[in-house]
Design a protein around this ligand. Sequence first.
Ligand SMILES: [Zn+2]
Ligand SMILES: [Zn+2]
Length: 437
Amino acid sequence: MSASQLSPITTPAKPIYHRFSDIFDAGFRVDWGVASFLVVSHILVLLLTPLAYMYAPAGLWQVMLSWTLIHAFIGALSTTVYSHRLIAHGAAKDVRLPTHIVFLGMQIFAVQGSVRRWSAQHVIHHAVDKTGQHHLDPYSATWFSTSWRNFLWSHMLTYLFDHPYSREFDAALKAKAHPAIVWQDKHYVLLLIVANFVLPIGLGFGLAGWLGGLCMLMASSAGFVLAQHNTWTVNSVTHMWGFKKGLISSAQNNYLWLGPLGEGNHHADHHDYPRDFRNGFGWSGWVLDPTRYAILALRALGLVQGLKRASRWQEAQIIARRKVRDTKAKSPSVIWQQWEEKLATLGEEWLAAAKAWDQFKLEKKRLTHQIRQAGADSMAAARERMGGTQDDLMQDLRARRESLRADMQQARKRLKAGREEFFNALWELKQATMAVA
Ligand SMILES: [Zn+2]
Ligand SMILES: [Zn+2]
């Protein structure tokens, strides 16, 4: 790991606006259609939901509550699994047509714009990490110089405005060209009205007349308002407060916030490696990530294939960089100068061990594939010869797999040792810093 690899990839974003009104000079305009819809639906949900429960026809409150909860869950799940990980980030090489159809249908209940627009905006949100064009971030939590403005803007205010045209957004939109996604985008408003209003009102009317219809309208509105805020916390909360800061964005981990089904738990690792289908690296990536479990279930059902994830080398590099950055910030420069080289060397050894591990894993995958292939071939040959013997090739492959297993055990030990030594050095450095202080 060279000295340049120790430093963060980009410089943190600086505020570009002071007051909200500054954005009008940059070409933002109020989107009256969306703004009225959001404001009116929020006011109605706040004011009328308690009344709807108070005056609901007998027995309907259970239906209303179930609808709201299921509605919010469907909206949240389709946003995290589909709009976010599968479509915006392409976390699977192959997404089957039934998956597209089911999730495009579910996503209508999220009321967060079509999948096409949602994912294009999110692509830009991540792209600014690399391009440094922070003014293009559709829901930046760093544009303003005060936290409360950043919170309000990234959480909700951004959606009330028509953003200035950008070639980048246009290209991101055109890149999401799957016919089913384009179809949903084209018919989005109609689909939204049917799913979120006609369907629940119709059900309520069928169950308990017009009052029932009105009550179910409130249940549905509460469902999508919950789904909206659930997603928006990812853009506001996880970009402003948390425990583990990312390398290339303001994103942080928020282990406590499970609402967005894993997205609140991953933002630091996620912004550092967005294509990953998981919320984070190592064991912590398994904890509190319902979206990961859902994607694994889809793979088990054959509905998605070729899931992408960071290699051990990529993970190690990101973790090492973060650790070095945080330690450097906390260490007095006299001490840091003594330790910088040692840390770089240990980091390099750890990365080399991780790379070796990755290569072994790749080889194992190749070998397993060959064995499966040879097995199928020899079965076919045996059937033809009526009782033919096991191929030599098969035995050879199996022997190679055995020796690979032993090599992999060694590689795993080296990887663990490399990581441990790097972390031990960090620990010693911390002790030395404390002794000086
Ligand atoms: Zn983000
Ligand atoms: Zn993302």
